[in-house]
Design a protein around this ligand. Structure first.
Ligand code: HEC
Length: 179
């Protein structure tokens, strides 16, 4: 009996390390850096209630029915670089006007790309996060937090899809950051 229990524990721990190995993102450091970014965004008036917003526009999958995008810079610790925020709105009665009038009511998620110098040259140093409207980090169906190299080397996820953005800078909307 005892041996069986031990064997089960070994298998369980092997499974845990296998999952953390499989996902190159969502670790403790990633989640804590995501919290630092959110705190800096809030201090700069870019997150939370009455956050600065741009004109809402009709979006496309997977980002949401109505979107607003902000392209700016943010200082997080001693890193001072590009921040792109894409807010995703949806729900009953959503429209551009409805969102402009009451953004908090329709806000579903906040997706962020933040240039973190020295983070990972393969992905142009972009740090990826999907936040809930309250600033907590959302998880994928496997329970892995969506922060860091989300989808790197995988078939799905932020990096997997944004790799195809024109200009090779991983940004879809423009090529201003392409080198
Ligand atoms: C299946 C493809 C796909 C996936 C997955 C995806 N995106 Fe995007 N993303 C897009 C497209 C297409 C645009 C530009 C069109 C638009 O404005 O909706 C975009 C735009 C953005 C922008 C604005 C900058 C830009 O590239 O134009 C940010 C920020 C962003 N995505 C973050 C994320 C994050 C963070 C994730 C993962 C949690 C993610 N995206 C997952 C396709 C994707």
């Amino acid at each position: 009996m005892k041996l069986k229990k031990m064997a089960a524990m070994v298998v369980a721990s092997m499974m845990i390390s296998a999952t953390s190995f499989a996902a190159p993102f969502g670790g403790e450091d990633d989640v804590s850096y995501a919290a630092d970014i959110w705190a800096s965004m809030s201090a700069a008036g870019l997150a939370g209630k009455d956050a600065t917003m741009s004109t809402p526009y009709t979006g496309m999958h997977p980002h949401g029915a109505i979107l607003d995008t902000i392209d700016t810079r943010l200082k997080v610790g001693d890193n001072d670089d590009i921040l792109i925020i894409k807010r995703n709105y949806g729900g009953e009665g959503v429209s551009k006007t409805a969102v402009a009038n009451d953004p908090d009511k329709y806000l579903k998620a906040v997706t962020v790309m933040y240039k973190r110098n020295g983070f990972d040259a393969d992905i142009k140093d972009w740090f990826w996060i999907k936040y809930a409207p309250d600033g907590s980090v959302l998880k994928n169906p496997k329970g892995v937090s969506l922060a860091g190299r989300v989808g790197k080397g995988m078939a799905k996820g932020c990096v997997a899809c944004h790799m195809g953005a024109p200009g090779g800078d991983m940004v879809f909307n423009h090529d201003r950051y392409a080198k």
